[in-house]
Ligand binder design. Sequence first.
Ligand SMILES: *[C@@H]1O[C@H](CO)[C@@H](O)[C@H](O)[C@H]1NC(C)=O
Length: 385
Amino acid sequence: MSVGAPKLSGILGVFFVKFYTREGNFDLVGNNFPVFFIRDGMKFPDMVHALKPNPKSHIQENWRILDFFSHHPESLHMFTFLFDDIGIPQDYRHMDGSGVNTYTLINKAGKAHYVKFHWRPTCGVKSLLEDEAIRVGGSNHSHATQDLYDSIAAGNYPEWKLFIQIIDPDHEDKFDFDPLDVTKTWPEDILPLMPVGRMVLNKNVDNFFAENEQLAFCPGVIVPGVYYSDDKLLQTRVFSYSDTQRHRLGPNYLLLPANAPKCAHHNNHHEGFMNFMHRDEEVNYFPSRFDPVRHAETYPIPPNICRGKREKCIIEKENNFKQPGERYRSFTPERQDRFIQRWVEALSDPRVTHEIRSIWVSYWSQADKSLGQKLATRLNVRPSI
Ligand SMILES: *[C@@H]1O[C@H](CO)[C@@H](O)[C@H](O)[C@H]1NC(C)=O
């Protein structure tokens, strides 16, 4: 699954990992960038429509994407990844992964910490610039898959280290950004990456369809010790992914070997289309004194005290421009020039109206004044601020 094309100056690659633990499965369902375009899950379907091909021509077009996101300045940070050099990974081995959303980890005593997960490839991150991407992708359509398959087959196992960043929920309000806002990164200088594990891909799948195509992920699939947070995008992803899997693979998709937990597991949900679990019990409800199924050992989940009105509104600390500006300024001058060039090309699309072009120039000016000025000059737009 991926969206994006060289014409869009970047590729959003999903980075999903399924942990088959002794207590059931934990799905870490993220992508190759640490942030996301939007923070409100209600906008997810429209965002996907804008990124997908034009429904009339079936061509993916920048004007539709830039039109939609011109309403969403919170997307700027994500675009500093997508339109950056790292927007086109060299292959799957040289790519970061990120859990993207904020989760909660709870220790035995019940103490909760907000956490972000990060995968870092031990062979480093490598990207393709446009001319390389056109050459490599143009002559060798499956190059990234072949690179991964061949590396594993040759015993040159791809490896990622897993890091976490943590925030004490009591400190949630201490920052100039909202730590549960998925359009923000947590600055590594104050919230350092802590190593907690590694992943080695030491075996290729034998059957791509059974072990890859039919894999189903959902951020709602967690194990004791891991919990969600009030990250608003996570809250919708927790539901929407399983709905998709039931539609895509059928209601019994969790029975498929790739998706079933590898530990003893039992619940009394069954039947529906394509149920291939043969059971002969007479009790299919819970609890029952005739049934040996018992509650699992209880584990603490963080208490959540909510006071106030439940309403649909914009978050208090939007802070849409600071982190994108900082990221842009961290690039070398050559990298900044390539970033500008990609924006000039995208905004030069004749179907991007003058209004949309001005809005983007204004957004980038608010992130970084000189970036806005350079875009304004190149595009012949008057900066609006
Ligand atoms: C395609 O890419 C793979 C992975 O980099 C490489 O091993 C292979 O030689 C390439 N094939 C061609 C025809 O360029």
